[in-house]
Design a protein around this ligand. Structure first.
Ligand code: ATP
Ligand code: MG
Length: 424
């Protein structure tokens, strides 16, 4: 009987070939992001991996991929409650913000998260059923400069981990009033060109014609080229917001372009929406994306406060950043030439580890040659050799693995001298 991981999942393991299968690259991205969150003053939030299904359905909206394409992994618990594995990070974070009265703190509350998201979709390169997002939510303000901060933070993370050829596309979807004026015009225009649209776009004509802009169909895109654009319908507030965000991004040197056709897959967005794309990626070229949601907090039962966030997929970050060479490194590998030396090696390893030095020894019953080979393979800076002679003299032999130089070190004071010999 052979077992394989479920469809649309992958494993991260030592020696994994693709960038998103390599543990050291995950650590690198997560640590880099955490350091930037510290610099931007964002604090961590951890919410459950499952929530009530209606929370996600409500926030994403009826016309979203999550609902329309049935991307959610839903299940019933034994009490017949409808639950779902989270498809994205925003609903849980906003739910927790309201549930724990975080809106009573000094605003904005700036949160970040990192963790797995689940979407039942067709697997492709850069598209999985379990993927990992790093994201932020800046809650409790509608200040356009916070939009600038959030977008520049997304860009900084990508730059710091080496995402290549990135540009941020920016748009403003206005408020509900803008949408009420614009959407009927767009719908009427698209109705007139209905026969030239792809079936998905036709299906969305009634529920959310804005999503037509997401279509990859050439004929649909040709129809859209002449369609009325939302920019022409923006309220003075929304236009001022867009130019404030643009000026802020210019001031920070974030490469961006206003894209009037940019709409996002979730219905809760108002005002600012953005997508960071890398030309280093193929079809799945969006590395991270987000937007402002000024009605989501009140919609979920909280006060009338705005928020903005982004989510960026770590798998796509790693694809867009390309491979880096793995550096395996170990401080010390113990080579034991007599059975009685093994317990001493264990004791010395314990002492060195307590001082922060990484150590390992043979657990596979290797001979002398095999142990030296293993020391070499593991990338150890030093091999510490203990044989019959060393045991008799109360010493060990320290070999510098790069120069091959060896010297005897006394164990009279335990690991003290050894520590001095192998400390960097
Ligand atoms: P797409 O248009 O590619 O389906 P989306 O609009 O569904 O993306 P978001 O909901 O904005 O994506 O998610 C934010 C980020 O999470 C994406 O930019 C991407 O990096 C990542 N992401 C989303 N879905 C997946 C997935 N199935 N597999 C891997 N990464 C994903
Ligand atoms: Mg999607």
């Amino acid at each position: 009987m052979a077992y394989r991981g479920p469809r649309g999942t992958y494993d991260v393991f030592p020696g994994g070939r693709d960038p998103h299968e390599r543990p050291e690259l995950w650590t690198f991205v997560e640590q880099t992001a955490r350091e930037l969150f510290r610099r931007y003053n964002y604090r961590e939030i951890r919410t459950p991996i499952f929530e009530e299904a209606r929370l996600f359905a409500r926030t994403a909206g009826e016309a979203s991929d999550i609902v329309v394409q049935k991307e959610m992994f839903t299940f019933q618990d034994k009490g017949e409650r409808e639950l779902a594995l989270r498809p994205e990070g925003t609903p849980g974070a906003v739910r927790a913000y309201i549930e724990h009265n975080l809106y009573k703190l000094a605003q904005p509350v700036k949160l970040f998260y990192a963790g797995p998201m689940f979407r039942q979709e067709r697997q492709q390169k850069g598209r999985y059923r379990q993927h990992t997002q790093i994201g932020v939510e800046a809650l409790g303000t509608a200040d356009p400069l916070v939009d600038v901060e959030v977008i520049s933070l997304l860009y900084s993370i990508h730059q710091a981990v080496g995402v290549k050829d990135e540009i941020v596309y920016l748009n403003n979807l206005g408020d509900a009033q803008t949408r009420r004026a614009y959407v009927p015009e767009l719908r009427a225009y698209l109705q007139r060109h209905r026969t030239d649209l792809d079936p998905d776009s036709v299906a969305r004509l009634e529920s959310n014609p804005l999503r037509t802009f997401d279509s990859k169909d050439e004929n649909t895109q040709a129809v859209l080229a002449e369609a009325p654009k939302i920019t022409g319908y923006l309220s003075p507030d929304a236009s001022a917001h867009l130019s404030a965000v643009s000026r802020g991004l210019e001031a920070l040197g974030v490469p961006y372009e206003v894209d009037e056709g940019l709409v996002r897959g979730l219905d809760y967005y108002t005002m600012t929406v953005f997508e960071a794309k890398s030309r280093a990626l193929g079809a799945q070229d969006t590395v991270g994306a987000g937007g402002r949601y000024n009605s989501l907090i009140p919609d979920l039962g909280g006060p009338d406060l705005g928020g903005i966030g982004f989510g960026t997929g770590v798998e796509r970050i790693l694809l867009a950043a390309g491979s880096r060479e793995e550096e395996v490194s170990l401080g010390v590998f113990f080579v034991t030439l007599a059975p009685e030396a093994r317990l001493l090696a264990v004791r010395l390893a314990g002492a060195l580890r307590a001082e922060g030095i990484s150590c390992d020894l043979d657990y596979a019953g290797r001979g002398t040659k095999g142990q030296f080979k293993q020391a070499d393979r593991s990338g150890a800076a030093y091999a510490v050799v203990i044989g019959e002679d060393e045991l008799a003299q109360g010493t060990c032999k320290v070999r510098d693995m790069s120069s091959g130089e060896e010297r005897a070190v006394s164990l009279a004071e335990g690991a003290k001298e050894l520590l001095r010999a192998v400390a960097a």
